[in-house]
Design a protein around this ligand. Structure first.
Ligand code: CUA
Length: 312
C-alpha cells in the first residue's frame, strides 16, 4: 500500500474507470450548479436590492426564450447522465458468455467460495486478470452483500434465489472484500480479500488443489444419491423430463407458458417442483426443501448445466 492520499479505492477492474468517470461528471455538475446558484444569489441580492423607501420594482412579464433555455439545457444534461448510467448498468448486470464461473455461498458470517476446478476457499477469492469472472451467489441464511470496492461492484445475496455478479480484474494485487449488508452480530467481521493473479500464477494456484471434487462431479454424485436419476434418467417413458440439453433452452409448461431454463429455474424446480411443471408430465415430484443446502444446490445446478448447455 502506498501512503498517498486516496479519495477513491484503487481501480482494479475494467468497470472501475467507467464508474468513476460517471461519478466525477455527476459530482462536477453538482459543484458547478451549486456554485453558480450561490454566486447568483449574492449577485442578485446586491444588484437588485431596495435602494430607497419608495423604490418600486419594474414589472417584468417573463422571457419565453430564457425559460425554454433553462428547461431544455438541464433536460439534455440529465438525459445524457441517464443514458450513460443506464448503459453502464446493463453492462454491469450482463455477464459475458465466456465468463469463468465461481460459486459463492454467504453464511453468517463468512463467504464460502468454490472454484470451477473444485478448490474451495473461505473469505478469499482468487481470480485471474484479463478474464471475465461471473459469481453465482446464494445465501444459507439472511441477506448478505458481496462488495469489492476496487472493482466497483456490489450485489445483495438474497435468500431463496441466486444472485449473479461479474467483473474483469485488470491489476494483480490483494483487494478488500466486504459484506455490505448488516447481517447480525459479526457482520463487521464478514470480510476477506480478493486476490488477483496473472493467469499463469492463477493456474498454478489452482493446481495446488487440495483434492476437492469439481462442483460438476459433486453435483453428479448428489444427483444419483438423491435419486434424481430415477425419474430424470434420460430413458424413454421416464416419469420426469430428461435434463440433457436443457440448460439455456426454452421449455413449455403445463399452463402454456414458456420459460427459459436458467439457474433460478433449476433451483425452483428442485425446491418447489409443483410450481412450473413441464408440459406433458404430472406434478408428482416431491420437494427437496430442507434436504439440500445451498452448496449442494449449486453443485446440482452445475451438473445440470454441464449436461445441458446446448447453444453457444
Ligand atoms: Cu453478511 Cu453482513
Amino acid at each position: 500500500m502506498d501512503k498517498d492520499f486516496h479519495i477513491f479505492p484503487e481501480q482494479a477492474s475494467t468497470l472501475a474507470g467507467q464508474v468513476d468517470m460517471l461519478y466525477y461528471v455527476l459530482t462536477g455538475l453538482c459543484i458547478f450548479f451549486g456554485m453558480l446558484i450561490f454566486f447568483l444569489i449574492y449577485v442578485f441580492a446586491v444588484r437588485y436590492r431596495r435602494r430607497s423607501e419608495d423604490d418600486v420594482p419594474r414589472q417584468i412579464p417573463g422571457l419565453l426564450k430564457l425559460e425554454i433555455a433553462w428547461s431544455i439545457i438541464p433536460l439534455g444534461m440529465s438525459m445524457v447522465v441517464f443514458f450513460w448510467g443506464a448503459k453502464l448498468y446493463f453492462e454491469m448486470y450482463t455477464p459475458p458468455d465466456d465468463a469463468l464461473e465461481i460459486y459463492v455461498v454467504g453464511k453468517q458470517w463468512m463467504w464460502h467460495i468454490q472454484q470451477p476446478s473444485g478448490r474451495r476457499e473461505i473469505n478469499e477469492l482468487h481470480v485471474p486478470t484479463g478474464r471475465p469472472v461471473k459469481l453465482l451467489m446464494a445465501t444459507e441464511d439472511v441477506i448478505h452483500s458481496f462488495y469489492v470496492p476496487a472493482f466497483r461492484v456490489k450485489k445483495d445475496v438474497v435468500p431463496g434465489r441466486y444472485s449473479t455478479m461479474w467483473f474483469e480484474a485488470t491489476k494483480p494485487g490483494t483487494y478488500h472484500l466486504f459484506c455490505a449488508e448488516y447481517c447480525g452480530t459479526k457482520h463487521s467481521q464478514m470480510i476477506g480479500s480478493v486476490v488477483v493473479m496473472e493467469p499463469v500464477q492463477y493456474q498454478r494456484w489452482l493446481s495446488g488443489n487440495t483434492g476437492d471434487e469439481t462442483p460438476v462431479a459433486a453435483g453428479e454424485k448428489k444427483f444419483q444419491q438423491l435419486g434424481c436419476i430415477t425419474c430424470h434418467g434420460d430413458k424413454p417413458g421416464s416419469r420426469g423430463p430428461t435434463l440433457k440439453g436443457l440448460f439455456g433452452a426454452p421449455v413449455q409448461l403445463q399452463n402454456g407458458d414458456i420459460v427459459n431454463v436458467n439457474e433460478d429455474y433449476i433451483r425452483e424446480s428442485i425446491l418447489n417442483p409443483g410450481r412450473k411443471v413441464t408440459a406433458g408430465y404430472s406434478p408428482i415430484m416431491p420437494t427437496y426443501q430442507g434436504q439440500v443446502n445451498e452448496a449442494t444446490l449449486l453443485q446440482i445446478t452445475a451438473y445440470i448445466k454441464s449436461i445441458g448447455t446446448t447453444q453457444k
